[in-house]
Design a protein around this ligand. Structure first.
Ligand code: FJE
Ligand code: FE
Length: 295
């Protein structure tokens, strides 16, 4: 590594209410950080029944749901349904349109991360699709006290099978106390951030102050990242995510993300008229909503 990236901005993601009774710590997508090209939203979420994210649409981007604890049941308007359990990842390409619900499965609190990855204008209206990888099938490797789970891209010699329409690196690192440093290359032309899940880490340079859980660190220019866990007894867990910037204008209305206001108006029209990808929303209601007796 010739030039390790340094931390240029730091945000603490505080809890806020989203969906119906759910709590999210939003880092990317909040007022002070509307967009970090190509990333639209990063939420660390926590939900327990009956709270959740009932029937809602998406268009123009991908959602990546990575579960930490518990499980989320999802069902969509085409009849695709399943459960995302701890350690599993669902990489959902909304493309031209998906309407779905995402609700906690079973008792207790379900926790995870949801990242929204923008799609380029050429990909915004593609067919929707899913890539679902169970925890046991996620590429994983360890060396010198560092374990990495490769959600997208490659690290420490292992590669994820996920196909990313917007080139993306998504890594989950666990670093033992007093472990040797993490040294991870990141394409110099990509935007990159780290998000601390537990413990404390020293990011960028050894002289830096340690950073704790729920902090988002935007990384500056460079060809990789170096991280140390200097704690004598606490494990460090953090995400390293990077993506190739799309460099296009963004027009967003909640779960619709297009390039222009005109396209947003057309999307609202399509959604209201059940057209251009939203046809199946006309007669659909999730089982979760039926069970709650919602009209
Ligand atoms: C959404 C409000 C929302 N973060 N993290 C508005 F809450 C949502 C939404 C989610 C979401 C779902 C999960 Cl499982 C995890 C999330 C926001 O569903 F899409 C809009 N538009
Ligand atoms: Fe959703």
């Amino acid at each position: 590594m010739e030039k390790p990236r340094q931390v240029v901005r730091k945000f603490l993601a505080r809890p806020q209410h989203e969906g119906v009774g759910a709590v999210v710590r939003r880092s990317i997508g909040r007022f002070e950080l509307r967009y970090f090209d190509p990333f639209l939203v990063l939420d660390e979420f926590s939900v327990s029944a009956p709270a959740g994210f009932p029937d809602h649409p998406h268009r123009g981007f991908e959602t990546v749901t990575y579960m930490l604890e518990g499980a989320v049941t999802h069902e969509d308007f085409e009849g695709h349904r399943g459960s995302i359990k701890a350690g599993d990842v669902q990489w959902m390409t909304a493309g031209r349109g998906i309407v779905h619900s995402e609700m906690p499965a079973g008792p207790g609190t379900s926790k995870g991360l949801q990242l929204w990855v923008n799609l380029s204008s050429a990909n915004k209206m593609i067919e929707p699709g899913y890539q679902e990888i169970q925890s046991k099938d996620i590429a994983c490797t360890s060396a010198d006290g560092v374990t990495v789970r490769v959600i997208a891209g490659n690290a420490m010699g292992v590669r994820s099978p996920v196909r990313t329409r917007t080139p993306t690196l998504y890594l989950d690192f666990t670093v033992r106390p007093r472990a040797a440093a993490v040294r991870q290359p990141v394409d110099a032309s990509w935007n990159a951030f780290a998000y601390v899940l537990e413990g404390e880490g020293v990011f960028g340079a050894e002289r830096c102050a340690p950073v704790g859980a729920h902090h988002l660190l935007l990384l500056g220019q460079g060809d990789g990242l170096e991280v140390w866990n200097k704690s004598p007894d606490k494990t460090l867990r953090f995400l390293l995510v990077a993506g190739e910037p799309i460099g296009e204008p963004v027009a967003q209305l909640g779960p619709f993300v297009m390039n222009t206001e005109e396209e947003i108006d057309m999307t609202v029209d399509d959604f209201e008229r059940y057209a251009n990808g939203f046809e199946k929303a006309r007669h659909w209601k999730s089982q979760a909503m039926v069970a709650l007796g919602v009209e």
